[in-house]
Design a protein around this ligand. Structure first.
Ligand code: TXA
Ligand code: MG
Length: 347
């Protein structure tokens, strides 16, 4: 039995926060909204509770969890050293969609860190998440609240569809504002390294830290964020990412719609507002507008909903329009590349 309650995202009802915090302290799981995506939370200091997260999601054991805190006091027990760079990042970007990887203390259970010597920490900006952590009085370990391999949930209904019957409570705070996950930044090396692009851009980090690099593992090398090796965000249909000039993308997509239909396949389109009118007239089985090409925050906010709709409406073929990699576009393109299994066509 899963209890899904509607909670006020700006002013969370105390009643629900108390009930959820109680469950967390008892070692149970609660799904909660954050500003990026929904998280599947457990007491980060309780190894058994955290093990349950892996079971419920079907998550590989070697993929560590992000630990969410509500204040800097909580961080002290978790990390060996609160470095000057970490302090800078926290001052500038916390609460917010930035996760910091630092050397961990022995207080952090091995199951949380996936056996690594480091721990990933983030202070979320969402009032529900912050209130829940405060009320529980413990840091909350939380991966995205989807089944492994599905797009991250950006609405309470997504969590419900994935996890109903598997966890006691879902706090439904509506739609997440950012829509893609946090940026994971490794601060344990010489140069700060982005392990996963996300809600805080490389450009923003560079303003504060100076040089920042992106971890680009080669095919025979493991990525430093274990989760990045899995094909996350994979829709059931075959997704192709198209990159190039608008008129070429529209022509290619139109061809593919026609070809797909001649093979009796359902064809779904994920595109920008600007391309939508021309593609609409090609009669795809699903046309999902991600947002304006000039508003990457809009595209980020809609991306996972679009991917989920393609699944729900059984699209066999999915064609996604690429966007500029500037700013938040870098995280969007990272997710689309993964969803495509690197089936990328330049036109
Ligand atoms: O926005 C977010 O980050 C959301 C919300 C709920 O906070 N959480 C989220 O968690 O996306 P998850 O578990 O889906 O992704 C965590 C990523 C994975 O790629 C994981 O491998 C990486 O962070 N990670 C966690 N701990 C790490 C560590 N100690 N070193 C390197 N990578 C780590
Ligand atoms: Mg995830």
């Amino acid at each position: 039995q899963t209890k899904r309650v509607t909670i006020n995202a700006q002013h969370p009802e105390t009643e629900w926060i108390k009930e959820a915090a109680q469950l967390i302290r008892e070692g149970q799981l609660v799904a909660l909204p954050t500003e990026t995506v929904y998280g599947l939370g457990a007491n980060a200091m309780d190894a058994n509770a955290c093990k349950e997260i892996f079971k419920v999601k079907g998550r590989p054991q070697d993929n560590p969890l992000i630990v969410h805190v509500s204040d800097l006091e909580m961080v002290k027990r978790l990390v060996e050293e609160w470095t000057p760079q970490a302090a800078l990042c926290a001052e500038k970007f916390w609460p917010g969609p930035l996760t910091l990887v630092l050397e961990k203390t022995a207080f952090v259970p091995d199951v949380v860190s996936g056996g690594l010597g480091t721990v990933a920490i983030r202070m979320p900006k969402h009032p529900v998440a912050l209130e829940l952590i405060k009320e529980a009085g413990v840091p909350i370990a939380a991966p995205s609240a989807n089944l492994s391999g599905k797009p991250s949930p950006t609405q309470g209904i997504h969590v419900w569809k994935d996890l109903k019957g598997k966890i006691p409570m879902i706090l439904d705070g509506g739609t997440c504002s950012v829509g893609v996950e946090s940026t994971v930044l490794d601060l344990t090396g010489e140069v700060p390294t982005i392990l996963r692009p996300g809600g805080i851009t490389k450009e923003e980090l560079e303003e504060v830290l100076g040089e920042v690099v992106v971890d680009h593992p080669s095919p025979n090398q493991a990525p430093k964020a274990p989760g990045m090796k899995y094909r996350h965000y994979a829709p059931k249909g075959d997704l192709t990412l198209l990159i190039g000039e608008r008129k070429n993308i529209i022509r290619k997509m139109s061809d593919e719609i026609r070809k797909g239909h001649s093979r009796l396949k359902k064809v779904g389109i994920l595109c920008t507002l600007e391309s939508a009118p021309d593609l609409h007239s090609q009669l795809p089985d699903l046309l999902f507008v991600l947002g304006s090409e000039n508003a990457p925050e809009e595209v980020a906010g809609n991306l996972y909903e679009g991917l989920r709709l393609c699944d729900e409406q059984d699209m066999d073929i999915i064609l996604a329009e690429g966007v500029s990699e500037k700013g938040l576009g870098f995280a969007i393109m990272n997710r689309l590349q993964k969803a495509s299994g690197h089936r990328i066509v330049r036109v």
